[in-house]
Design a binder for this molecule. Structure first.
Ligand code: CA
Length: 131
């Protein structure tokens, strides 16, 4: 199966990072996951991702700052993933260049729908990989 492209996953929570990776891999993306903003910026420079999922609560750099810097490096749509559900956060995220917004805890289906919306598949049905 042809890859749908590289998704850069920036998420410091290991459980959520694993979950996002499993879901996106099953959808046919090549997933590159990192746990900090600095690693995310380095990866965004070199990987040419088709989609970036960005946790706003990162240990090193503020998520919105990471988003602004990625916007300078990449045209990829950014899916923000955050524990905060305040309307102000959503507004700030849109201002930071978010294409979509996912609040933790999220259901796998929500992530799949947003990934399909931001990076539509080319006609083929998704193939589920067996572990
Ligand atoms: Ca976090």
């Amino acid at each position: 199966m042809k890859s749908r492209g590289v998704v850069l996953v920036i998420e410091d929570d290991q459980d959520i990072r694993s979950l996002i990776c499993v879901i996106l891999t099953q959808m046919g993306f090549d997933v590159h996951a990192v746990a900090s903003g600095a690693e995310g910026l380095a990866a965004a420079r070199t990987l040419h991702p088709v989609l970036v999922t960005l946790d706003l609560g990162l240990p090193d750099i503020d998520g919105h700052e990471v988003a602004h810097r990625i916007r300078d490096l990449s045209e990829a749509p950014m899916l923000f993933v955050t524990a905060h559900a305040e309307p102000d956060d959503e507004m700030a995220s849109m201002a930071s260049g978010a294409a979509a917004y996912l609040t933790k805890p999220f259901r796998p289906k929500q992530l799949m729908e947003l990934a399909d919306m931001l990076c539509p598949a080319e006609g083929t049905a998704p193939v589920l990989l067996t572990p």
